[in-house]
Design a protein around this ligand. Sequence first.
Ligand code: 5GP
Ligand code: ZN
Length: 112
Amino acid sequence: MDCIFCKIASGAIPATLLFEDEEVVAFADRNPQAPVHVLVIPRRHIASLAQAAKTDDALLGHMFGTVAELARTLQLANGYRSVINTGPDGGQTVEHLHVHLLGGRGMTWPPG
Ligand code: 5GP
Ligand code: ZN
């Protein structure tokens, strides 16, 4: 499958890894939108949150637990934003599920 995030997860293309285990991989976004911008992905290809099944609930929980642990490691004690863009209206550009962890600056709301 021609999926850039599957290739990062398998090591076929390089990325700056911050964490990995059997289920998830975390790496620096190549076009950071904040001083800290990390993506947390499942190793297994899931195209988007809309394609996640009920049986993926534990994996989704683990992805967010990984975000929280990374935020502690990266010392984002003042807060951070974790985002999943889904589908065209959500602004998703890479069709492999990922959580953005953004921090190191104040965020605004509503998002664009
Ligand atoms: P989306 O718009 O789908 O929510 O987010 C996709 C993110 O993936 C973007 O922030 C983009 O900068 C990042 N991205 C796309 N291709 C690559 C890549 O090859 N390597 C890395 N590290 N990040 C990527
Ligand atoms: Zn993939």
